[in-house]
Write a protein that binds this ligand. Structure first.
Ligand code: ADP
Ligand code: MG
Length: 567
């Protein structure tokens, strides 16, 4: 009954497809069912690539990663109620991380929802989404579809990017319109992500402070990576000669082994820097909110697109509010008019200390322990990744996250995707698929065994779409490790205990992946090298010792109390 009866009629689903194409959407991630199945078929038929997942949260993680890597919104399609809620976790995560993403969800007809009478998968989705996302809208009429799509697109991608929700009711998806009238509603919006030029006053204030700095440092965040102005960032760092530190997902913006890298000098610059330049990085919990070790007399310059980000934890002496390209352009243009006064000992100090710290750090990779520890396993992984710098690294876990971040140097921008600002678990398979689809590059996902559990079934999605994704599972048999103590009923596992003997490679076999089970660093090096070269979907079960890894990795201090002595 929702089919157009003549060739001169079209449905809301067709209009939605055309509207998405008008704003440039060519890929959609999702999981279909009533009421969005026909829409997915139509979109696929009209040339929008559709990647069907096994769980909406992972489809959403894929869309978010797609958004981060391409600077255009990734799109997630979900069904009503539970599908919507499952996907909303990823849209919320995208909002926290400033990734542009659009979740489109089918929803029930309004009358029973508004009278709270209950209906098939009934839920007042728009109101639930609102507090968790950057913006949320509902389309009730087919003639409003184009407007709705343009609004979510603009909201997702302009200003500070974020996750945006678009609710479209079942009657609207099925509504019939005359083709000519429908076509007349379609248009391509102009200037969807306009430059936001910083004021000259703010640039001058920042440059003056920078010029006065004796021991400055530049902090590059994932906003800087997102902006895709890699050459300009490089020029800013190199022409000022100021040491830089890269937040996790900014790693590779400049190569981690760059001579000005202060990546291993975090405590030193926190304590000693008199001027800190935040470039697309928030002074949030990951940076002790500007307190703790930070020099209380230090001053901050902050380049950010969001005026409300300024002064949220500590005074920012010189905010430069604008899009990063415009702000860096303005700072670079002003640079010749200022004379920097950096302490001539500062960079040599950072460099000599970095050298010592890095040499000490390298000792962790010497012992080829079997059964493997995180470090002996990473000794193999770091060799292979150094041979394959253009592979995108997806990474989550506790110890697996912290140790891999420290162990693997990134050489290229936007090649590291992790659980980011919210520090969540359960993004691995979705982000791996999104990264592979958005870039056509090979992906290696290094996953803790617990982390993999949140999204494991969507390894099958990478297999079905034949993506060059290799999943490496560090199996130490538990959350943090596999030696948790059971304080309760005999025979039950501890809250943190999984299964150190689980053979995740056999799970890969079920979906036709190329799989490996490795027990030594040599085997791991060989398997990972072969897996990446194959360009196939691969899974490597890395057998670790159950006692490798400590509670909560590097952030054990966040636990309210320590139950067991930290090892
Ligand atoms: P990290 O975790 O790497 O420090 P955050 O997500 O905390 O990164 O911070 C990124 C910051 O970058 C956010 O405050 C966001 O507003 C900002 N940002 C994102 N895109 C741009 C852009 N194009 N121009 C300027 N700032 C941006
Ligand atoms: Mg940050």
């Amino acid at each position: 009954h929702t089919d157009p009866s003549t060739a001169n009629q079209v449905t809301g689903m067709w209009i939605l497809t055309q509207a998405l194409k008008k704003v440039g959407i060519d890929t959609m991630y999702g999981l279909v069912g009533i009421p969005v199945t026909e829409f997915a078929y139509i979109a696929q038929g009209e040339g929008i690539r559709f990647l069907g997942f096994r769980h909406e949260q992972q489809a959403g993680m894929a869309a978010a990663t797609h958004g981060f890597l391409t600077k255009t919104p990734g799109v997630l399609l979900t069904v009503s109620s539970l599908g919507f809620l499952n996907g909303l976790t990823a849209t919320t995560n995208a909002t926290v991380n400033c990734y542009p993403m659009i979740q489109i969800s089918g929803s029930s007809e309004r009358p029973p929802i508004d009278l709270m009478q209950g209906t098939y998968e009934g839920l007042d989705q728009l109101n639930i989404a609102k507090p968790l996302v950057k913006a949320a809208y509902r389309i009730n009429r087919p003639e409003d579809i184009m407007t709705g799509v343009v609004r979510v697109y603009r909201a997702a991608v302009s200003g500070r990017p974020g996750g945006v929700y678009l609710d479209i009711t079942t009657p609207c998806l099925g509504a019939v319109m005359d083709r000519a009238a429908a076509e007349a509603t379609l248009y391509t919006p102009v200037d969807t992500c306009p430059p936001m030029i910083p004021s000259q006053t703010s640039v001058a204030r920042a440059m003056q402070l920078l010029a006065s700095a004796k021991k400055p440092v530049i902090l590059l965040g994932k906003g800087a990576a997102y902006a895709q102005i890699d050459d300009k960032i490089k020029k800013f760092v190199e022409s000022t000669g100021i040491p830089f530190y890269q937040m996790s997902m900014a790693k590779g913006l400049l190569p981690d082994n760059h001579p000005l890298s202060a990546n291993s000098m975090r405590s030193a610059f926190m304590e000693q820097s008199d001027v800190v330049v935040l470039v697309g990085a928030r002074l949030n919990w990951l940076l002790s909110r500007g307190h703790g070790k930070w020099n209380p007399a230090g001053k901050f310059i902050q380049l950010d697109i969001d005026p409300e980000e300024i002064d949220i934890n500590r005074q920012i002496a010189a905010p430069v509010v604008g899009d990063l390209e415009s702000s860096i352009d303005a700072m670079l243009a002003a640079l010749p008019s200022y004379k920097l006064s950096m302490d001539p000992e500062w960079v040599p100090y950072i460099q000599s200390q970095s050298k010592l710290k890095n040499e000490k750090f390298m000792q962790r990779f010497v012992a080829q322990t079997v059964p493997m520890t995180h470090w002996s396993a990473l000794s193999a992984v770091r060799k292979v990744m150094a041979q394959n710098p253009d592979v995108i690294l997806v990474n989550e876990g506790a110890n697996t996250l912290d140790d891999t971040r420290d162990a693997i140097d990134m050489m290229l921008p936007r090649h590291r995707i992790d659980c980011a600002t919210w520090a969540i678990m359960g993004m691995g398979m979705g982000s791996a698929v999104g990264a592979a689809v958005a870039t056509s590059k090979s992906v290696v996902a290094i996953e803790g065994d617990s982390a993999f559990g949140f999204s494991g079934m969507d390894f099958s999605t990478a297999c079905r779409f034949k993506l060059p994704v290799t999943v490496v599972i560090f199996n130490n048999g538990g959350i943090y490790n596999g030696i948790g103590q059971n304080l309760g009923k005999d025979g039950d596992p501890a809250p943190t205990t999984l299964n150190v003997n689980a053979r995740y490679d056999k799970l890969g076999d079920a979906f036709g992946a190329q799989t490996y089970y490795v027990t030594t660093p040599d085997e791991l090096e060989k398997a990972l090298t072969e897996a990446i070269a194959s360009k196939k979907t691969c899974l490597i079960d890395v057998q670790l010792a159950a006692d490798s890894g400590k509670e909560s990795g590097h952030i054990g201090y966040l636990n309210p109390a320590t139950l067991f002595p930290v090892n």
